[in-house]
Design a protein around this ligand. Structure first.
Ligand SMILES: [Fe+2]
Length: 156
């Protein structure tokens, strides 16, 4: 049973990669990019969620459920890989680094700024502090990426 699940998960990930790689088509329209990003976000969330469910089941001694959830998490990762490949999420190291810096600046920091402000306006002070704390971590990460840009891109 355990090996069967592992095999199925491996087949799912492999087939997602193979099927995804058969298309050389560029998916460049803004609407299509948005659709692929939405699919990646959904699959990434499902992957993480099932991983947490697996860890919980493991902690509570439900080994069989832990295996089912771990296999489901792997399957969702396979789905994520398909969309990531079609999206061409991964580029050269330099492109990846630029994308990481841009994401931290444009998405994460601004997102947590907004979420903290909205939580604060609702009177949810503790939640606002959580958002501020993660925002600070994202800003720190952004600085690390910038230092990496200087090292990698200047020698690239
Ligand atoms: Fe999925």
């Amino acid at each position: 049973m355990r090996n069967t699940r592992k095999l199925l998960a491996a087949i799912t990930v492999t087939s997602a990669l193979i099927l995804g790689s058969t298309s050389a088509q560029q998916y460049s329209s803004p609407e299509t990019r948005e659709a692929l990003k939405a699919a990646m976000l959904d699959e990434a969330f499902s992957m993480a969620k099932y991983k947490l469910f697996a860890e919980h089941a493991s902690r509570t001694g439900n080994k069989q459920l832990a295996e089912v959830m771990a296999a489901a998490s792997n399957m969702e990762y396979g789905h994520f890989l398909r969309w990531a490949q079609l999206y061409r999420l991964v580029g050269t190291d330099a492109q990846n680094l630029r994308a990481a810096v841009a994401d931290e600046i444009n998405d994460d920091v601004k997102l947590y700024e907004r979420l903290a402000s909205e939580a604060d306006a609702r009177g949810e002070k503790a939640l606002a502090e959580h958002f501020q704390e993660i925002k600070a971590q994202e800003e720190k990460q952004q600085e690390e990426f910038k230092r990496a840009v200087e090292k990698v891109l200047i020698t690239d």
